[in-house]
Write a protein that binds this ligand. Structure first.
Ligand SMILES: [Zn+2]
Ligand SMILES: [Zn+2]
Length: 214
């Protein structure tokens, strides 16, 4: 299993939309079929002079920087035209009762990240996510995606052998009562369908993550 080892992505290639040999269809850039590739659809937007014509893009051309990806991060979108804040894309968010305490700090944080880091994130493969990959932020930088986690990963990373408490500590968007036990624990519900995306800050080593319920 191939591993992608980049500044903002340290996980298996299976965590990305790149797949081996898409029915032998050739990459729109290099015309080869050897490298894992992505059949583009509405869920991904690439940045390239020839973006409109590209239908299939390969990993080799990605490494050669023939194109990059628009990405979503905490606070907004990293588009080819620059940062589009969440509240610029969805104006009604400014009216929500917790805009000042929740979203606004994230938007300010995103605006303060150096442009070179944004470019580097655009040259990072997105991870597979039901509702779109969102990059978390820490120490004024994007965090490194380290994979989707299951119970054993929480056990292995928990500092005091309490995976449920560790989950509550690092999960951004979910907590409480039986959620961990029902969705991730060793006796999880047969209907459990939550996915957890894990990140690590490369500066302070803090872990964070969020739950996607498909
Ligand atoms: Zn290619
Ligand atoms: Zn940090």
């Amino acid at each position: 299993m191939d591993y992608i080892n980049q500044k903002y992505f340290k996980a298996s290639i299976e965590e990305t939309p790149f797949e081996s040999n898409q029915n032998n269809k050739a990459c729109s850039f290099c015309r080869h079929t050897k490298s894992p590739s992505i059949q583009l659809d509405d869920s991904l937007t690439i940045i390239s002079r020839d973006a409109n014509k590209a239908e299939i893009v390969c990993l080799q051309c990605f490494y050669e920087k023939k194109y990059s990806f628009e990405q979503q991060a905490e606070g907004g979108y990293l588009t080819k035209d620059g940062i589009l804040l969440d509240s610029e894309k969805y104006n009604y968010l400014k009216d929500s009762h917790d805009y000042d305490t929740d979203l606004l700090p994230k938007e300010k944080q995103l605006l303060s990240i150096e442009k070179s880091k944004i470019q580097e994130l655009q040259h990072t493969p997105p991870f597979n996510a039901w509702q779109g990959a969102i990059w978390l932020v820490h120490c004024n930088d994007f965090m490194t995606f380290i994979g989707t986690w299951e119970h054993k990963d929480f056990v292995n990373n928990s500092p005091n052998n309490d995976p449920s408490a560790f989950f509550d500590n690092i999960c951004d968007n979910w907590n409480g009562d039986d959620f961990y036990d029902n969705q991730f624990g060793p006796n999880k519900s047969e209907y459990a369908e939550s996915t957890f995306y894990a990140f690590e800050c490369m500066h302070c080593k803090k872990k964070r993550g969020y739950v996607d319920n498909g």
